[in-house]
Each structure stands twice: as structure tokens, then as C-alpha cells.
Design a protein around this ligand. Structure first.
Ligand SMILES: C[S@@+](CC[C@H](N)C(=O)[O-])C[C@H]1O[C@@H](n2cnc3c(N)ncnc32)[C@H](O)[C@@H]1O
Length: 280
């Protein structure tokens, strides 16, 4: 069978299972199997694929049809300018989170030395991207999940920032190391009831601990802001990613812990996505 026909067959299967982007997904999975990029796959659609690769491809399509995310099937996800290793134990980096990196680079355009803390580092996508862009920044990444710390370490090596970062497996509540110029966090912020309404790809495959923010969605957000007020230097900044309907409550939490609100950042869908504050 040639690439084109294998993909056509796969698209039909994925469409039947209501997968949102069946053609793109099939092309990505085919490219992964034949170890070429997507352009090669598209431009060489008449090429015959061997039996072994066809079997592998069909197997991946069958898994994708259950909702298993592409990032889990190929073990990686592009974020900012880099490729991050991903597995079922870490949140798949989201494009909206790139806005946070963009903002940090804007704020600290002329700043060299900075000590940065990432609370809930996950795959490492936020802190590692910042460290790679700003060669004199140093960082600390913490996560309650040891598996996230392991993946972050692998990604730090891939991205080439291991000598400027330290990792701690810790609950934010128990973390008391260092003082920081900048603290960033994308904590779990979905309320327990809404968890059931998430898309199948997310709720069935991504870690609950990375998503579930408790009854009002703010359990971890509160912890992050409270702990940050202790660990941040006066004049230091705190940037927290939030849910689309949490702005007002989170602004109050920032103020309560002695932060001045600099900005509320909107995402690509025009939802309130990050609160940025300065410790007074
Ligand atoms: C929404 S994910 C964000 C991951 C990554 N920073 C990103 O933006 O893709 C939240 C992360 O917080 C971690 N986490 C959850 N509760 C925590 C806690 N109490 N203390 C420290 N980390 C926690 C989870 O394991 C998860 O990796």
C-alpha cells in the first residue's frame, strides 16, 4: 500500500471516532513511523510503505482512535522553539502557555542575571524555555510528582541547560529553599466538577494531578501565591496561569499576599490566562 492510501484509510477510521483533526494526525503518525518530516510524507504520497511500517502505523491509528493524544503516541511535543519529551505522567505543553514565555522575555529584555522558580514544572516546558533563551538566568523547578522531575531532567539535558537548574520533588507547601526574582507557575486549576466535562483526550489520558484544582479550582493556586509571597524577593514578579473565569478571585489572592497587579494576560482565545504581580 502507498502512503496516500494508508492515510486515507486512517482518516476514515479517525473520523468515525470523532477525532478532530484526522488528516493532520494521520500525517504526523505516518511521518513518525517512516522517520521523515510531514512535508516528506505529503510530497511522497505515492511511495509504498513496507509491511512492518504499515503495521506500526495501523497500530498507532487504532490507539489514536481511542483518544490517546498524539504527543503520547510519538513521545514528544513542540513548545516554544524546542522539542520536549512527553509521556503519560506529564501535562502536554499547551500553546497558550507560550504566551507566558513571550511575556517573561519582554519584561526582562534588558535583564541578565535572574533567579527563577517554576512551581509545578511538569515537562519543564516553561522554565527550560526561559533558561535557554536567557543564558545568565538560573532556575529551580519543583513538582510534587517524581515522574515529572525525571522527565524535566531529561528535557533539561536535551535543551542544554542542566548546569543552570536544580530540581526538587516537593509539595509546594513544604518547599522553603532560596529567594527568587521571578516565580512562575501553571498550577492545576480546573475545578473537580468541570473535570468530567473535559475532552476525552485530556480527561482519559492526562494526569489528574496536573489538572484538578479541587472544588473551586483554586486549591493549588492559593498554595502557589501564599508560598510565593514567602520565597519571592521584594520587587520580584509572580506570574500564575489561571482558568478563564478565575481572574477576579486570583487578583484578590495576589493582593492579600502583598502583590501589586501589573497585568492580566489574555490568551489566543481572548480569555484571561495569566496574572502578573510584583511583590511590594
Ligand atoms: C498544569 S501542570 C503544569 C506543568 C507545566 N508547568 C506546564 O505548564 O506544562 C501542573 C503541575 O503541577 C504539579 N503539582 C500539582 N500539585 C502540586 C503541588 N501541591 N506541589 C507541587 N507541584 C504540584 C503537577 O504534578 C503538574 O506537573
Amino acid at each position: 500500500m502507498n502512503i496516500e492510501n494508508a492515510i486515507k484509510k486512517a482518516v476514515k477510521i479517525l473520523k468515525n471516532e470523532n477525532i478532530k483533526s484526522p488528516k493532520l494526525d494521520s500525517e504526523i503518525l505516518m511521518s513518525n513511523v517512516i522517520k521523515k518530516d510531514r512535508y516528506f510524507t505529503i510530497l511522497n504520497s505515492k511511495k509504498i510503505i513496507n509491511k512492518k511500517n504499515l503495521y506500526k502505523f495501523n497500530e498507532l491509528i487504532s490507539q489514536r482512535s481511542t483518544g490517546k493524544p498524539i504527543a503520547h503516541l510519538i513521545g514528544k511535543k513542540d513548545f516554544w522553539n524546542f522539542e520536549f519529551q512527553i509521556d503519560k505522567d506529564v501535562l502536554i505543553p499547551r500553546p497558550d502557555t507560550e504566551l507566558l514565555i513571550e511575556e517573561v522575555l519582554k519584561i526582562y529584555k534588558h535583564k541578565n542575571k535572574l533567579q527563577v522558580l517554576d512551581i509545578g514544572i511538569g515537562s519543564g516546558c516553561i522554565l527550560l524555555s526561559i533558561l535557554r533563551e536567557k543564558k545568565d538566568f538560573t532556575g529551580v523547578g519543583i513538582d510534587i510528582s517524581g515522574k515529572c522531575i525525571d522527565i524535566s531532567k531529561i528535557n533539561a539535558k536535551k535543551i542544554g541547560v542542566t548546569n543552570r537548574i536544580r530540581f526538587f520533588k516537593s509539595d509546594v507547601d513544604n518547599f522553603n529553599y532560596g529567594k527568587y526574582d521571578l516565580i512562575i507557575s501553571n498550577p492545576p486549576y480546573i475545578n473537580s466538577l468541570d473535570m468530567k466535562c473535559l475532552e476525552r483526550d485530556v480527561v482519559n489520558f492526562e494526569p489528574n494531578i496536573a489538572l484538578n484544582g479541587g472544588l473551586d479550582g483554586l486549591t493549588n493556586v492559593r498554595k502557589v501565591i501564599f508560598k510565593s509571597s514567602e520565597l519571592i524577593k521584594v520587587g520580584g514578579r509572580l506570574i500564575v496561569e489561571i482558568g478563564f473565569d478565575q481572574k477576579q478571585k486570583v487578583i484578590e489572592l495576589f493582593k492579600k499576599e502583598g502583590f501589586y497587579i501589573n497585568k492580566v494576560l489574555k490568551d489566543y482565545g481572548n480569555n484571561d490566562r495569566c496574572i502578573i504581580g510584583t511583590k511590594l
